[in-house]
Ligand binder design. Sequence first.
Ligand SMILES: [Zn+2]
Length: 552
Amino acid sequence: MPPERSELHNELVGRALLWAAWCCPALLTVPKASSTVELIAGAAVTAGLAGVAAFLPKFLWKLSCAITLVALPYTLWWCGAAAVGGTGPGYDAAVAATQTHSGEALGALEFVLGLPAFLTVVLAHVSFLFLALRAAAQPAAVAHRSASARSVRIALLASLLPLSVFSLLAVGSAGPAPRRIPLFGAATLVSPLGSVVDIAAMKIRLLSWYHEQGYRRRKARTTTVLTEPQLAIFIIGESVRAGGYGPNQGQRGAASRQLADRVHAGLGAWLPTTCAASDGTHLAVPMLVTATTPENRQQAPSAPTVLGILKAAGFTTAWLANNEAGPDVRERGHDLYAGAFNVNPDNMDDAGLVNWKYDEEMIPLIKEFASKSNGPKGMILHFIGSHIPYQARYPSAFFPPEPSGLPNDQLVDLRYARSLEYGARTILQVADILDLTASPAFLVYASDHGENLPSDHNGLQIHLGPRTSVQDGTVSAFVLWNKAMADTGSPARALSRLVLAKHIAHVDVARLFLVLAGLMAGPVEPTADPTVWGRISIGDDYGVVRCTALRP
Ligand SMILES: [Zn+2]
């Protein structure tokens, strides 16, 4: 063979070897196709993507070789996941992989090293790549460059053809949720290059979705990492005004009495009258969950939540939402999201939402989450609580029939009281889960805002009225813990200053949660003169007002 010819031969062989290097990992996935159509699609998409990588113009083809070499750890990870799962990993698996710790990663590596299919495919990929790199390092003769370029262009076009076809088919089958369909349909994930395309496309979609949603929350950073098991629960109540839960409600019903008895027995504490961050759910909850004062309310959508701080400190976290607090409360990165409302900004089409009529329907999930793994666990439970209509918050058969002929004021008072009583029952069910936990476990409860009732005769209805009143500007708050937590002495220390105050603020409750979880030094210092984002008089604009300036 003349030297020029052999050099041309070298380059084409090198490109074919790179193509083979990118095709062979798909042996772990394509043969597992459940139908002939799927098998053909998988093979075509794999060959097409590998063709694009291998038959790029001259300078890009050498770059392609170099990138393939640098991407070896990625390819190994992909082959491991494919050997175990039978399909290539997508965006979610990539996110999970970046969050894994070294022990877990080593365990997974040890496992896949025992799989002959994994070893064979990886060996083939590395061998093809090595030979391709050797070919790429050879110079090509000038005389044959044009001939070579023509063959390469044909190969590139031939590779793009199946990709275009499957991309068009994927668009056609996308339906109403096009964001979740991979670029080349289901066959996208059968090769490492397809997974790259899917992960990159998903990241771009998410970034544009965050932009559309105005999502801008920062990820929490913490230097503390906790590993000891504990259970930390933050319950956000709804429309429970100051005194709604407290030491003077023991006569309301069995659950309220049991709650009071529990506190009396040293397994909980009532917190002083708590000034809400504001008088509406969407206004107050973003500040409450981020420990943001009304003075700094514009920071609430970007500050990490208290649950995000736990997550950053090594907790497994869950956010269960049976209530809605708007886009400013969302936070990505938690291990479990569930409920009737979407607080996960990565969930673009509200997938997986369920209908919970009563808050108690989240109890089985809380129980399962609390018992699942070792290590520290944290939860936010966002209750629908005592939201209007009050009689929708409890099964009517749970209470005796409503007395007939009650004046409206008394009827509404009765229904509000029943919603509180039923809510106390649900809270006690969560407390039972604390008691079933062997490690320290606690829950912090604070309502989002209070409520005006007709019997107040203040001219205001429910909450978020033309002015903020004492009734909707202040709320109930308390803490419950289990025996193991009491034995640590931590609740008594954390609360020593807080319980002496006349008024505390929503931020104090959020800080208490962090102190009890071991992520902030205690005791919690009560806010000296709590403020509310509200309006003192009708006609005022919303502003930072002193809580003690609110009128009934
Ligand atoms: Zn609310």
